[in-house]
Design a binder for this molecule. Structure first.
Ligand SMILES: Nc1nc2c(c(=O)[nH]1)N[C@H]1C(S)=C(S)[C@@H](COP(=O)(O)OP(=O)(O)OC[C@H]3O[C@@H](n4cnc5c(=O)[nH]c(N)nc54)[C@H](O)[C@@H]3O)O[C@H]1N2
Ligand SMILES: Nc1nc2c(c(=O)[nH]1)N[C@H]1C(S)=C(S)[C@@H](COP(=O)(O)OP(=O)(O)OC[C@H]3O[C@@H](n4cnc5c(=O)[nH]c(N)nc54)[C@H](O)[C@@H]3O)O[C@H]1N2
Ligand code: SF4
Ligand SMILES: [Mo]
Length: 732
């Protein structure tokens, strides 16, 4: 038996884990690492199942090639040749705009995903770049970009010091937090109340997070922007503001909020006017307060406006960039991704629907249009890295059909699943325990400054390829260098660029130094490790990879400190309270004031033992409470005369679903978790617990106008009774 330590790579909480392995390298147990200064021994059921997930016999260990409907195992050489040829054929015949790429959620956790995403995208030379960002947090980044100039500047609630936390549309007790890395979120919420603080949750469901709160308020899905405007209106009307950062646009904001008095807001959002007024007064009166909001408000029709208003409230109440409010993490690795240039939105638009680009990407909601619509620039080949859009993107079944028509598709993924089953070639990365780990991105949103590096626990098997090598080779292939080009060559190019750039930046620790010497001084067993070492050395704490190796439980780098001044990069040099695109989008809200709300709307639901679509093949994580059911208020069951299951229809499609009546959901709202729909899967456990694809119902034709983000919450639906029988799904 031996003990090993590493960061859990599954969700955003970055928990430290302590694993016990037997002589054969099998995981005997996984516990929380009590010596991790940030997670202090916390672990959730997914982390505890990391060994089972990692050892899943259905994971692919060798590349797969499909001919017609037949899959066969292939050597890496064969697979790389097939990918090179397949992509080359499409580029030669249709040009580079016929290429598309989709980066899924785990790309934002792996070191290889961080290092090669940009080079791969640049080498593709296509505008058809898609990622999970536009089915997730891009509204937050667009709002931040417009207000602060920097779309990567994401303020996190200062959880451990705040006196008052208002959570809208997030359920961190089950999701473990998002854009706010805070291991043991439940413990931190308990501590908040323990020190006399107050927690208020606004959600159409009385969630497990709401159970930790002093108060829970039901809100009509998709209407948080009204609630927040009602709060802004009150803060301004009652002169409760305490702005302590330099702002522009206060008068314009006042004008915009004018007609959203609490009475008007209440009619749309369903939160009583007196409660809206009280929330505003409490936020203003608390010694410190933070408003925190996630998926429930991002993946909604007014996503960007809602994200903007969240930070407007934080600013108006004097809680922006100050302890106990919302703050910016100072991460250990240099923030290469910050351009220092003011953000501009919608620099180009998608070919078919004219949807705006955001951060170099187009909305996933229009991927099917780009594949299906003939003409110059039609997508003919797709690369996916760590994504399962057939289950995770709006109107997944349409993508399922569209993928069949591609000329070529290659997936970097450990599973043969709903998406990768359309590939011509699947390139499987190694197991998690065979990869080094450092959360480049999640460590930029931790609620304390913290760093932790985990070396691989198990070596690669002979002939296995690292995810770094796979992505480097793909990059070299799409840039026309062939299947045999040396991946080390790409690593050296990337490192050279980083180091050379640093020698030219005034005040950089590498300023004026010799690039060759700097390169020789870097430490690391792979491209991504060398990259990490360079970024740590260039970072604000002057750490190195050796320092992190010497501290296998992680390093606490202290409480968050104000740093808005160094991040702010608007043209005006001030925080923009009413940037024009956002101010204009308030017009859409105004129009809606007169429209009666839909009678029944669908929202999502995350379950503690799921993680989007890919953890359903592990026995300990499925079954029991983790089932794909439609939660519905008992009053709606009676009103609609429903039995144990029902047919649910939207503009996009229909499903037959088992009902779970519960008074934890508000009347007029139903909730279905996403990531299910594994009928016929070759993943044996997942197929037995198939569930249905919630994204059969989500409508790709409706997006948040400013960011192009998908709308998963507030989807109008109807329900009708159905006889017991097969669960099924069908397009509209
Ligand atoms: N209706 C509805 N839909 C939603 C949401 C919702 O709330 N409601 N949430 C949205 C959100 S927030 C997100 S982030 C997306 C997620 O959607 P996606 O980003 O598409 O992610 P998953 O569906 O989890 O698919 C992850 C894929 O990565 C593979 N994978 C796992 N580990 C690795 C690895 O180490 N390397 C590689 N190369 N592959 C790996 C898995 O096998 C799986 O195929 O779903 C979105 N979809
Ligand atoms: N267990 C588990 N953990 C996960 C994941 C997972 O799939 N399972 N996925 C990971 C990923 S990729 C992400 S992005 C994060 C997401 O992290 P969270 O955002 O915390 O996750 P959700 O559970 O989707 O929380 C959204 C909440 O919004 C509510 N809601 C829906 N519509 C509205 C609305 O219009 N207004 C308001 N105020 N509330 C609304 C829902 O009822 C739900 O409680 O979780 C991560 N962690
Ligand atoms: S909360 Fe997230 S990071 Fe922590 S153990 Fe669970 S899955 Fe892993
Ligand atoms: Mo996500």
């Amino acid at each position: 038996m031996r003990t090993a330590h590493r960061t859990c790579p599954i969700c955003d909480a970055v928990c430290g884990l302590r694993l016990t392995l037997d002589g054969a390298g099998r995981v005997a147990s996984v516990k929380g690492d009590p010596d991790d200064p940030f997670s202090k021994g916390f672990i959730c059921p997914k982390g505890a199942s990391l060994g089972r997930i990692d050892e899943d016999p259905d994971r692919l260990s060798v590349p797969m090639i499909r001919k017609g409907g037949e899959w066969r195992e292939a050597t890496w050489e064969e697979a790389f040749q097939a990918v090179d040829q397949g992509l080359k054929d499409v580029i030669d015949t249709h040009g580079r705009q016929a290429l598309a790429v989709y980066f899924g959620n785990p790309t934002f956790h792996t070191m290889a995903g961080f290092m090669y995403r940009v080079p791969l995208t640049q080498s593709l030379g296509t505008r058809n770049v898609f990622s999970a960002s536009t089915i997730d947090q891009i509204p937050k980044q667009v709002a931040g970009g417009l207000m602060l100039g920097d779309p990567m500047a994401i303020a996190v609630p200062d959880l451990d010091r705040t006196d008052y936390l208002l959570i809208l549309g997030a359920n961190p007790v089950e999701s473990n937090g998002s854009l706010c890395a805070a291991p043991d979120f439940p413990g931190r919420l308990k501590a908040l109340r323990g020190r006399g603080g107050k927690l208020v949750v606004v959600d159409p469901r009385r969630t497990r997070t709401a159970a930790f709160a002093d108060e829970h308020l039901f809100v009509r899905p998709g209407t948080d922007a009204y609630l927040l405007l009602g709060i802004v209106h009150t803060l301004l009307a009652e002169d409760l503001t305490k702005i302590d950062v330099e702002v522009n646009g206060l008068e314009e904001l006042r004008r915009l909020a004018e007609e959203f008095a609490p009475q008007a807001a209440a009619r749309v959002c369903g939160v009583p006017a007196e409660e809206i007024v009280r929330l505003a007064r409490e936020l203003a009166a608390a010694p410190t307060a933070a408003v925190y909001s996630r998926i429930g408000t991002c993946t909604a029709e007014f996503g960007t406006v809602a994200q903007w208003l969240v930070d407007v409230v934080n600013i108006l109440t004097g809680n922006f960039d100050r302890p106990g409010g919302v703050m910016f993490t100072r991460t250990a690795a240099v923030e290469l991704f910050r351009t220092g240039q003011p953000y501009t939105a919608g620099n180009w638009h998608s070919r078919v629907r004219g949807l705006p680009e955001a951060l170099g990407e187009l909305p996933v909601a229009t991927l099917a249009d780009e594949i299906e619509t003939p003409g110059e620039g039609q997508v003919r080949a797709l690369i996916t890295v760590a994504g399962n859009p057939v289950l995770s993107a709006p109107n997944g079944p349409r993508l399922d059909r569209a993928f069949r028509d591609l000329d070529f598709m290659v997936c970097v993924d450990p599973y043969l699943n709903e998406t990768t089953s359309h590939a011509d070639v699947i390139l499987p990365p190694p197991r998690m325990l065979q990869m080094p780990h450092y959360d480049f991105l999640l460590l930029t949103v931790t609620v304390r400054n913290y760093a932790r590096f985990s070396p691989p626990i198990l070596p690669l098997e002979p002939g296995q390829r690292s995810e770094a090598e796979i992505l480097a080779r793909l990059t070299l292939m799409v840039s026309g260098q062939g299947a045999d080009a040396d991946p080390a060559m790409l690593d050296e190019m990337i490192l050279d660029q980083v180091l050379r750039g640093a020698t030219e930046i005034p005040g950089s620790p590498f300023e004026g130094k010799e690039v060759a010497e700097l390169r020789a001084g870097l430490d690391g067993d792979s491209g991504p490790e060398l990259m990490l070492d360079a970024m740590l050395r260039l970072g604000p704490y002057g750490l190195s990879l050796a320092d992190l190796r010497a501290n296998p439980h992680g390093v606490d780098l202290g409480a968050l400190e104000p740093r808005l001044e160094e991040l702010l990069c608007t043209t005006s040099g001030r925080v923009e309270l009413a940037p024009r695109p956002l101010a204009e989008d308030v017009g859409r809200l105004r129009e809606r004031l007169a429209v009666p709300p839909a009678e029944l709307v669908l929202i999502g639901r995350r379950q503690l033992r799921s993680n989007n679509s890919w953890l359903h093949n592990v026995g300990s994580l499925v079954g029991g409470s983790n089932r794909c059911t439609l939660q519905i208020n008992p009053d709606d069951v009676t009103r609609l005369g429903l039995g144990g299951q029902a047919v649910i229809r939207s503009a996009a499609g229909e499903l037959t679903v088992p009902l779970e009546p519960t008074d934890t959901i508000m009347p007029g709202v139903v909730s279905l978790p996403h990531g299910w729909g594994h009928a016929g899967s070759v993943q044996r456990v997942a197929a037995e617990h198939a569930g249905v694809n919630a994204n059969t119902l989500t409508d790709e034709s409706v997006v948040d106008a400013l960011s192009g983000n998908a709308v998963f919450n507030g989807v109008p639906v109807t329900l009708s009774p159905c006889e017991a029988g097969e669960l099924s799904s069908a397009p509209a």
